[in-house]
Unconditional design. Structure first.
Length: 130
């Protein structure tokens, strides 16, 4: 079985999940302390990220198949990085909502490309024998 070796196979997903967790943690604190929103409103706003991720995943998997997984991994990482910088200038609730939706889009690109990159290097006969 030919599998991507080295620390990139484990390090990249750990970093992406860490940035997602920190992004939503910062957004929750920002919405509660700076804007004074209640818990239900904050949960609704944070939940829009899951909706954005789910809807984006349907299209990002097709794009990953057409353009290649490396392209989608790079695009997803660039969107997430730009989104984290964009959060520094958040002075409105709607800016945070747009940032949460873009974060879902970036992770949809990244995870679809990463899954295609991993599965491309797996031998089909070895997978069938398991």
């Amino acid at each position: 079985m030919r599998f991507p070796t080295g620390p990139t196979c484990l390090l990249i997903p750990v970093l992406m999940d860490t940035t997602a967790g920190l992004f939503y943690f910062c957004c929750t604190l920002l919405l509660k302390t700076e804007f004074g929103l209640d818990d239900q409103t904050v949960g609704f706003i944070i939940g829009t990220g899951a909706i954005g991720y789910t809807l984006s995943t349907l299209y990002c998997s097709r794009i990953s198949d057409r353009l290649g997984p490396e392209w989608c991994i790079r695009l997803g990482t660039a969107i997430v990085c730009a989104n984290n910088v964009f959060l520094l200038f958040a002075n409105n609730v709607w800016v945070i909502v747009i940032g949460i939706l873009w974060d879902g889009l970036g992770h949809a690109f990244f995870w679809q490309g990463f899954q295609a990159w991993i599965s491309r290097n797996v031998n089909r006969k070895e997978t069938a024998l398991r």
